[in-house]
Design a protein around this ligand. Sequence first.
Ligand code: TYD
Ligand code: MG
Length: 406
Amino acid sequence: MQKVMARPLADVEVLDVDRQSSGDHELDRVLGGGVVPGGVVLLGGEPGIGKSTLMLQAVLQMAVKMDRVLYVGGEESPEQVRMRAERLGTVPPNLYILPETNVQEVLKELEENKPGAVIVDSVQTLFLPEIESAPGSVSQIREAASALTRFAKQHQVPIFFIGHITKEGSLAGPKVLEHMVDVVLQFEGERHHAYRMLRAIKNRFGTTAELGLYEMQGNGLMAVEHPSHALLGQKIGEDGLSGTAIAAAIEGVRPMLVEVQSLVSTAVYGTPQRSGTGFDLRRLNMLLAVLEKRCGFKLASKDVFLNMAGGLRIQDPALDLAVVAAILSSALDVPLPWGTVFAGEVGLTGEIRPVPRLGQRVSEASRLGMKRMFHSAHARNIQIPEGSNMELVAIAQVSDLHGKLF
Ligand code: TYD
Ligand code: MG
């Protein structure tokens, strides 16, 4: 056997990956520019969120350009898949379906008719007969996926594994595959809302900063071109109701205005309730504690509800300031004037911390006709896009917010 020698990294040839479009621009972008030959992708998300829809929609396009695309799985019958495909588009003749969950049988089919791409829906239904545990168990998932991954690498065939993940995210299953695959995508949203977000958690072929946005409609998932329009609940130009505030957020690389809605009311039953849709509950509790301690706002006996319009889970900490403003506005029952946006992180001492890329946030807010942006007084080197007449209101502490707002 030939010995593997160490060599200068600088001498290693840079290979141009030959990417192929999946036919879905949002998906392509999140993948880092398209499907990579031999690339193994795990698409995770809660049951019912739209994973099968997303992949089926993509393969209807992929199969147009490839010789053969194979949809494998035991989640739904071929008739069900066909019915759904009819709703989503035209079914190309070289899209094949294999309702098989035994990995050895799947491998036989792959060896015989090498497809250009494979979709497995879902990885939880696969099993290897030589392993005793039930399908869906950690060892089955791991072995089944690694057998197929070997095939993908050997034959340069891209494989997409769909995996169900529960809200807690950790329940035995697809999580065990994260280290083994090249790309981990997560499909998120509130089931009762139409918006969906596709993000990369890991990507060996590109950045994890790209973000895909979709709206679930009767005929499948449509790309959302202008997220701000979608995520602003109130009509542009009208004063909002009390309890709403607009955040200038950046998710991945996309700036977007997000409406934060809050309702503060006197708790009727003993323990006050706190709930957040699209927002981390621990973060909400932290912000409430800061308001209480640094502003002397008595919220301990209040119910506090928080909603992100559209139901998307935005992770940008710049949302904090809008959350605080929305809570103050609801508690005082005073609406915020039209045209006000917020971008700032709130620290434990109540200080408003600067957020990155303020210029981009200002551009997006200006584009949508916003007039004033509250941000951190601690920000340095602020670069405001030319031609913007956004009024910037710098605040250092949450306690200043009240005075400058009302
Ligand atoms: P699905 O892709 O089956 O979710 P997953 O594979 O993640 O479990 O789709 C979930 C829901 O999407 C389903 O309940 C119905 C809805 N849907 C639409 O609203 N429009 C459509 O065009 C399709 C295909 C599904
Ligand atoms: Mg499904």
